[in-house]
Ligand binder design. Structure first.
Ligand SMILES: [Ca+2]
Ligand SMILES: [Ca+2]
Length: 459
């Protein structure tokens, strides 16, 4: 629900960040989306996420974590690891998640592979010092490989964390409860085993997985995973504690005679949806924003296109049944780029989303671009802003009243003069508050909050 404040006598100029130009538009039902290159020189983006600092964070397979200003596309490298990387395989720097209270809690967890001939996979936690990720502490280590390293991370509301792992190319791992490979693991943020895991003193949360690489929480708190099949049966699964997902004895549904006995004996959970031949599915995002009603309440899934897939890389948008336990419809979008799409992130304020492209061919050729898809044309000023920032009165002297919508709460308010110098910086505590401008010289200033920016004229 958008709350617009109506105050009489307001004059405000609403501006969107400028400097970006939309290259393509897409019509989705009644919604127009403007696609804009945000970063064009990423080194194979793997995880993209909207950070608690309102920046877009991206892990890159070649070993960097970059922190991107979503208004300009400018980024800084905040971590640069020496990882396993070669042109033909799948390992490198992969999954990443922030603490939900980031940056107040400065911890960021990442998964990466190192070693060239004997590959290891590590889950480590770092601390954000405002410039870099520092103080690495390794929480978990397991065998990695040139293929099937899983590694998607997801925070759960009970303050535990899920981590997907691949079978590392050794199919027997998946049905071996003693191996951390071919599983979805659940752990405490300090790397210990939660007391209520399905097996005592074991990180294993689900087993019989081949290479799950997408995770999200959907409606009703249900957890979903996307999982690569071998040649057939890429899967979209409901994640339930202690369940067996069949690999390598069962692929997709328990539909073959040879699969049915195994499914019964081992409590196999069938996928909600499966695709044959494989489509090479990946990152998942539950889209909840009202900005794109056609996607609202649906699951967005990044798809890279499999070897025998007749369609190019795309985003599949799935409509779930009311209870979330069935896929009732799917539609495909953005295949016109003819690129492998690795991951999706959503701007919680504007409802814009970002796609991480991994080039045209396996496993990650150039170009590697991060694009924004917004309902606002970045070139148009002024432009409709969903959550406005209002200043009153204008021009102002001594003090100005600032009104914001909920999305700005807890975030920064930054005022710059026309030379770009920061003249004020604080945290937004209330929906309406006075800003002290006593003694400021006459002229124009730009006020920025998480929900938009506005011109301030001081006289
Ligand atoms: Ca399965
Ligand atoms: Ca089957």
């Amino acid at each position: 629900m958008i709350r617009l404040l109506t105050l009489s006598g307001l004059v405000a100029t609403l501006l969107l960040p400028s400097g970006l130009t939309a290259q393509d538009t897409f019509t989705i039902g009644n919604t127009t989306l403007y696609a804009t290159d945000l970063v064009t020189d990423s080194q194979i983006p793997w995880e993209i996420l909207w950070g608690g600092d309102d920046m877009l964070w991206c892990s890159e397979r070649k070993g960097r974590v970059i922190r991107i200003d979503p208004a300009t596309g400018e980024y800084t490298t905040v971590l640069d690891l020496n990882v396993t990387f070669n042109g033909s395989g799948e390992p490198g720097l992969l999954g990443m998640v922030q603490h939900p209270d980031f940056p107040e809690d400065p911890r960021v967890w990442v998964v990466y592979c190192d070693g060239q001939f004997s590959v290891s996979e590590h889950l480590s936690v770092f601390e954000w010092d405002g410039t870099n990720l520092v103080n690495e502490q390794e929480l978990l280590s397991l065998p990695g490989a040139q293929i099937h390293n899983g590694s998607r991370l997801l925070w759960l509301p009970d303050n535990t964390m899920l981590m997907t792992t691949g079978d590392a190319g050794a199919t027997a791992n998946s049905q071996n409860l003693g191996s951390l490979n071919g599983k979805i693991l659940r752990l405490n943020p300090d790397g210990t085993v939660p007391e209520d895991n399905p097996w005592p003193d074991s990180f294993v949360y689900t087993w019989g997985n081949r290479n799950p690489q997408g995770l999200c929480i959907g409606p009703n708190g249900l957890i979903y995973a996307s999982e690569h099949g071998q040649n057939n049966d890429d899967e979209f699964n409901l994640v339930e504690a202690g369940r067996n997902y069949g690999w390598p004895d069962v692929q997709g549904a328990c539909n073959l005679a040879s699969e049915q006995d195994f499914c019964e004996e081992w409590n196999v959970l069938e996928p909600l949806a499966a695709w044959s031949p494989c489509i090479a599915l990946n990152g998942l995002e539950f889209y909840t924003h009202e900005a794109i009603p056609e996607f609202q309440g649906k699951i967005m899934m990044a798809v890279m296109s499999g070897f025998n897939d007749p369609l190019p890389g795309r985003v599949i948008v799935m409509t779930l049944s009311e209870d979330g336990t069935a896929v009732v419809d799917e539609e495909a979008y953005f295949g016109s780029f003819n690129q492998r799409i690795r991951d999706i992130a959503v701007n919680p304020y504007t409802g814009a989303f970002y796609l991480a492209f991994n080039g045209v061919s396996y496993p990650g050729s150039p170009p590697n671009i991060i694009k924004e898809f917004s309902t606002s044309d970045p070139a148009s000023v002024p432009s409709p802003v969903i959550h406005p920032l209002l200043l009153h009165p204008l021009p102002a002297r001594g003090k100005v009243d600032v009104s914001v919508t909920d999305g700005a709460l807890g975030g920064p308010i930054v005022v710059r003069d026309m030379a770009g110098r920061i003249v004020h910086e604080s945290t937004v505590q209330d929906l309406r508050f006075p800003l002290d401008i006593e003694g400021w010289s006459s002229g124009r200033y730009v006020v920025w909050t998480a929900v938009g920016q506005a011109d301030l004229v001081v006289h």
